[in-house]
Design a protein around this ligand. Structure first.
Ligand code: ADP
Ligand code: MG
Length: 720
């Protein structure tokens, strides 16, 4: 027969119908194909369900038994309600406990047969007995489909209100049995064979309803060969897309910045330090790109404080010497302002014009626009105001984006487009290009980030970019000493602040919120400043936060930098890029409220000069388990890469990357951390295939699947 599964609505699958089709839609399942790729998040081994008497503490176990009682208990403390289910299988009793979900009671009746699974615990008061907190449950009805739900490894799916796991499982079973013969495997055979993958049919079947004998642990950890086959397919499509984008960029015409390098040499002579060998290497990589005929698309990664700004300046000087403008875009006004001050000072003797363009300076913007358009200004530093309509460059040759993790892929594209919009001869065919020919040229792009992402991961995130890393800090930096305190130990911190400021060093105090609110009950920056001003009457304590006018913020930052402020109280506005080497101490209040990468970024504000620096984490208990872990890691290490890996582990890749993935397809099956090696394979295979057949003309089915996967994101193939 041959159904086209990617267009076959789930509604017409046996046992679905219009009502359930709606529910399935909310799970992202619209077609039969989407259903086949909707994998269980967990599996239960119901081949050998445990007797209650044989349960082991601390293990994830499943039991089957009859409901003895189902009651809601009022807890004296804090108005809590506990729903408690007692189940017996003849060998013993087990309790299921749910906090604050009294409505569950109506689902259960004595005598019903249920399956419960969860981690086995002891009763906290008696220290004996068996309990599950928030177990998963499923009713046993003796319908004809019982063989789907028992005596086998059973899939557990995420579902939605109105559709039980059991119902969804039945639907899946029917669906797979009616559709499995219509699936078509469009990964080239050669690739499947080379990597020992199983066939698609077999892989789908065993990922939903595993054959007896497949190891349950491998299924639950997502490492069975069958699941891997499906993850691979997704990663392969992802990487094929990236490789096509990258290939497209390689044939773009760029500017060959072939000048002598006098400005860079002059600049290096003015520095009070020697470039680290990592900085030197990375600049060579950038220079090679800049000199080539094709536009640079490079990611520069390096932990906070490794000295990326100097590299950016050297690249901009190279562009300027060849007669081109550069733009540096930063995520916040504070950071853009800092860059402006620093860079302006670094290159003031070079005879170049630098300007700052941010959203708030409306009046000056008009005049700046003219000077940018006429080419009067060589280096433009700014926020996203730079990519707004109306800003036109005379000849933008280099676009640098700092702290990329704050910007989306789209913004990168927009800034880049600024380059091709300049006046010039459209469509010049000359072999040797001069600045006048710019209209057809794409500027070089350098993206800088301090989020230390493990290399395989940055290849997915920024897979269309080349990659450089500064893996070395300037010499003489001793790691920041990090200590954890609770609210009872504040005195110690105050003494340390007093000592440090006596040595003319400066201190940051960071709060999670600007204002106190009833809801959060957190200490705030505004009250914090007042309190600190009282404690330290002899010191100048200032406040900076996002609600101040940009001009005020700039003034405060400038006077902090000049040493006129001893203690700067702030919110996370100082998180990225702020550089005041004389600030050697940081106190983070409510450290338990901050994410790990955020804590690391904040801590990166100190330890930037030669002297020993300190970071105090002040926590307010009770702490969640994750918060405890985050703080532990902060005390243990200063290594940004390790911290990023831990953060990824705590939050999972979805959260970790957040909306930065904008413009990229979601990965529904694969997990770039768990499947890092598979990702690597997928990348190699995808890039090799695109090298051989850039348009995938030999694999029309694969091409169709790929277009579907990337649909609405980026157009991969030029139509017509
Ligand atoms: P980041 O990579 O976090 O943007 P910056 O470029 O702001 O780091 O550099 C941090 C500090 O280190 C600055 O004060 C900068 O002047 C200094 N610095 C940069 N490179 C070196 C070096 N090779 N030796 C000593 N200090 C350096
Ligand atoms: Mg920086």
């Amino acid at each position: 027969m041959g159904k086209n599964l990617s267009e076959f609505p789930v509604q017409y699958i046996k046992g679905v119908g219009p009502r359930r089709a709606k529910l399935l839609n909310t799970l992202g399942i619209r077609t039969a194909e989407e259903a086949l790729y909707y994998l269980p998040y967990r599996y239960e081994d119901r081949k050998n369900i445990k007797k209650i008497s044989g349960l082991e503490y601390g293990r994830l176990e499943t039991v089957i038994g009859k409901v003895i009682s189902a009651e809601v208990i009022k807890l004296p403390r804090r108005n809590m309600k506990l729903f408690e289910l007692t189940v017996s299988d003849g060998s013993g009793l087990v309790k299921g406990k749910w906090f604050n979900q009294p409505f569950l009671k109506k689902n259960f009746e004595a005598g019903q047969e249920v399956i419960l699974s969860g981690i086995v615990k002891r009763n906290p008061y008696w220290g004996v007995g068996f309990e599950f907190d928030n177990p998963e449950y499923e009713f046993v009805t003796d319908d004809a489909d019982a063989f789907i739900h028992t005596a086998r490894i059973v899939p557990i799916y995420r579902t939605t209100a109105g559709l039980s796991v059991r119902q969804l499982r039945t639907i899946m079973f029917n669906l797979i049995n009616t559709c499995i013969n219509d699936v078509s495997d469009y990964i080239p055979d050669e690739i499947l064979e080379r990597n020992y993958f199983h066939g698609l049919t077999e892989s789908i079947f065993n990922s939903h309803f595993p054959a007896n004998g497949i190891d349950i642990d491998s299924l639950n950890s997502g490492s069975s060969v069958f699941q891997k086959r499906l993850y691979f397919e997704e990663l392969f499509k992802f990487e094929l897309g990236l490789s096509i984008i990258k290939k497209g960029k390689e044939v773009e015409k760029g500017i060959a910045f072939n000048c002598d390098g006098v400005l860079v040499r002059k600049f290096i002579d003015t520095l009070k330090f020697k470039l680290t060998s990592a900085q030197q290497r990375v600049f060579d990589e950038i220079l090679r790109d800049m000199r080539s005929q094709h536009p640079m698309n490079r990611l520069l990664q390096g932990d906070v404080g490794c000295g990326k700004t100097v590299i950016a300046v050297m690249a901009m000087l190279t562009a300027a010497e060849c007669g081109y403008q550069s733009a540096l875009m930063a995520p916040t006004e504070i950071l853009a302002g800092q860059h402006y001050i620093n860079i302006h000072r670094m290159i003031e003797d070079m005879g170049l014009k630098v300007c700052l363009m941010t959203g708030s300076k409306k009046k000056e913007r008009e005049a700046l626009r003219c000077d940018i358009a006429s080419g009067e200004i060589n280096i433009i530093i700014g926020t996203h105001a730079l990519i707004q309509e109306g800003v036109e460059f005379k000849n933008l040759g280099l676009a640098i984006i700092d702290e990329q993790h704050r910007f989306g892929v789209m913004q990168r594209q927009l800034l880049k487009k600024k380059g091709s919009r300049v006046r010039g001869f459209e469509g010049s065919k000359k072999e040797v290009l001069t600045p006048g020919d710019l209209a057809t040229l794409t500027p070089d792009v350098l993206v800088m980030t301090a989020t230390p992402i493990p290399r395989t991961l940055s290849m997915t995130l920024y897979g269309d970019l080349d990659y450089s890393v500064i893996d070395e800090l300037p010499p003489g930096r001793s790691p920041v000493v990090t200590r954890l305190f609770n609210a009872g130990q504040k005195e110690y911190i105050y003494r340390a602040i007093a000592e440090e400021t006596k040595k003319s060093r400066q201190v940051y105090v960071v709060y999670p919120v600007i204002d106190e609110t009833e809801k959060t009950n957190l200490k705030s920056a505004i009250l914090g400043r007042d309190a600190l001003a009282k404690i330290f009457p002899g010191l100048k304590v200032e406040l900076i936060h996002g609600r101040l006018k940009p001009q005020e913020r700039e003034n405060i930052m400038a006077s902090f930098k000049a040493g006129a402020i001893n203690v700067l109280v702030s919110t996370t506005v100082i998180e990225v890029g702020v550089d005041v080497p004389n600030a050697t101490m940081m106190l983070i209040v409510h450290a338990e409220r901050f994410g790990l990468s955020q804590l690391h970024q904040l801590r990166g504000r100190v330890g930037r000069g030669g002297s020993q620096s300190y970071c105090f984490l002040l926590m307010y208990e009770p702490l969640s388990e994750d918060a405890r872990r985050r703080l532990d890691i902060m005390i243990k290490t200063n290594d940004g890469f390790r911290i990023a890996e831990e953060d990824l582990d705590i939050r999972g890749p979805g959260e970790f990357f957040g909306t930065r993935q904008a413009g990229m397809p979601d990965l529904k099956l694969a997990n770039i951390v768990r499947d890092a090696r598979l990702l690597d394979t997928a990348r190699k295979e995808a890039f090799a295939l695109i090298d051989k057949d850039a348009e995938l003309n030999t694999f029309p089915e694969l091409k169709k699947g790929l277009e579907m996967f990337w649909k609405g994101k980026i157009e991969l193939f030029k139509t017509g």
